[in-house]
Design a protein around this ligand. Structure first.
Ligand code: HEC
Length: 152
C-alpha cells in the first residue's frame, strides 16, 4: 500500500512539473491583406463555417480551449495546430504561390467529401465544427467556385 501511494505521489509530482514546460500559444500576427476571407470577400455565412470548423488549426487566429493550458494535452494540441498551419494557413493565403493554393482548394474539397476534416476528435469538443451535410456542401461548392474561376 505504501508503495502504491509513493507511485501515486510520483505521478502527481510529474504532472505538476510538466506544467512548467512552456508551450508557445501566441498567435503569429495576421496581415489582413493575406487573409483568405479578406482576399475573396468571402460571404459571412461561409466565413462563419470556416471560422467554426477550420480556423483553429489552419489560421493564425487559433482560439485555445482551457484544456490547451494543461500538459500533456497542450503539447498534442499545439502539435496539431503547427501541423495544420504547415499544410494550410488561411491567414497567409495571399503569400502562397498559385500551385499551393490550387492544391489546398482541391484537397479541402476532398477532405470535406471524405469527412476527413475537421478531425473527429476536434468535432467532439467543438459542436459548431460538426458541419451539417448542407454546410459541407456549401463550403465544398465555394472552394470549387474559386477553383473554377482560377482565383488562385
Ligand atoms: C483540430 C485541428 C484541425 C481542424 C479544425 C481542421 N484541420 Fe485540416 N488538418 C489538420 C492537421 C493536423 C493536418 C495535417 C494532416 C494530418 O495530420 O492529418 C490537416 C490537413 C489538412 C489538409 C491537407 C490534406 C492533404 O492531403 O495534404 C487540408 C486541405 C485541410 N486540413 C483542410 C481543412 C479544412 C477545409 C478544415 C475545415 C473544414 C480543416 N482542415 C479543419 C488539422 C485540422
Amino acid at each position: 500500500m505504501k508503495k502504491f501511494f509513493r507511485i501515486l505521489i510520483g505521478v502527481f509530482a510529474g504532472l505538476v512539473l510538466i506544467q512548467l514546460i512552456p508551450v508557445d500559444r501566441d498567435n503569429p500576427p495576421v496581415n489582413e491583406k493575406d487573409n483568405f476571407v479578406t482576399i475573396y470577400k468571402t460571404p459571412p455565412q461561409m466565413v462563419s463555417i470556416l471560422r467554426n470548423a477550420c480556423y483553429d488549426c489552419h489560421s493564425n487566429e487559433t482560439v485555445y480551449p482551457w484544456y490547451a493550458y494543461v500538459a500533456p494535452v497542450s503539447w498534442s494540441i499545439k502539435h496539431h495546430v503547427n501541423k495544420g498551419r504547415e499544410h494550410l494557413n488561411f491567414s497567409t493565403w495571399g503569400s502562397a504561390n498559385a500551385y499551393l493554393k490550387k492544391s489546398a482548394l482541391e484537397h479541402s474539397i476532398e477532405e470535406l467529401q471524405e469527412l476527413g476534416m475537421p478531425p473527429i476528435g476536434y468535432i467532439s469538443q467543438h459542436p459548431k465544427a460538426n458541419l451539417t451535410t448542407q454546410q459541407r456542401k456549401l463550403l465544398e461548392d465555394y472552394f470549387r467556385t474559386l477553383l473554377d474561376q482560377g482565383a488562385y
